[in-house]
Write a protein that binds this ligand. Sequence first.
Ligand code: SF4
Length: 351
Amino acid sequence: MSLLAVRDLRVTFPTADGLVQAVRGVSFDVEAGQTLGIVGESGSGKTVCTQTLLGLTRGADVSGQALFHGRDLLATRAEELRAVRGAQISTIFQDPLSSLHPHYRVGWQIVEMIRAHRAVGRRLARARAIELLRMVGIPQAETRIDDYPHQFSGGMRQRAMIAMALALEPSLIIADEPTTALDATVQAQILDLLARLRDELGTALIVITHDLGVVADIADTVLVMYAGKVVEVAPRRSAYYEPHHPYTKGLLESIPAAVGARGQLRPIRGQPPSLIAVPSGCAFHPRCRYAMDRCVTDIPELRAIGTGCHRSACWLPEYLVGFGEPVDAERDDAADRAGRHRGQTGGVDGE
Ligand code: SF4
């Protein structure tokens, strides 16, 4: 049984302008000691998914199931969920300054976190805090524990946040854009640290990011979200070398490091849609350079691509994995397979 099994999660926010369909039937699994990367642009629903699991989307209409250690988080009462947060599932956010209180010393905040959940004395909790700060690579932890957050660099603050997240030995850590506020070298160090701690402690990770490059080395499985739905899910290697969904390809073609030898940097045109008025058919069709007639009317569901657990929600034929434009014959074939009338040509939208 998976550590976390989310099934058909739907989250809708009533607003004055209409219903915001933030998450539209998302399912995924997280295995113990493994890393799931959830990737998508702002507004794709990735953060709402995990915040809903933690009971942090008050006012939303929520349905589905989220079994964590066999217990449905979506059916758990608020006060019981509070005990789960921190102790069994902890979170790391993009900006540690918004999580670390600027008026309190870093160590004091870790100590209070421990004592809020465990019946231990202050001295023992402080010793544990020093041990945690050492574990995450804070030099001279026994003295730096008494620093205030502003006395730490950005990377050190993120390390302190990770120490706090580990304090209660959770079985799952949700890291939401954990490196976005950091420069490239510190970003790599923090990702290395998360991977090392996962391997040493057996903690599962969900890493949420807008940047597919961030989870390139750390994720076991990559799940790509667009307009509140999962559009592709694949083992890391398939996601990077054999993406099928045009949105995944677009995300990769937008990353300079990923484009590398492949050549041209090509941003995805247009903007993510309003989740109050989600486009018909495939929600990505207004931005998709491969869109066909069928894409405007028929919603593609996730289906297997090749062998293994690679799945994509796209009408293109499954052999069109990888990069580069399909040649004309492939385009016609794609259109035929997608249900276009025989003899009709074109249908691939140029940029
Ligand atoms: Fe593009 Fe159509 Fe595939 Fe959607 S279903 S990603 S519009 S080709």
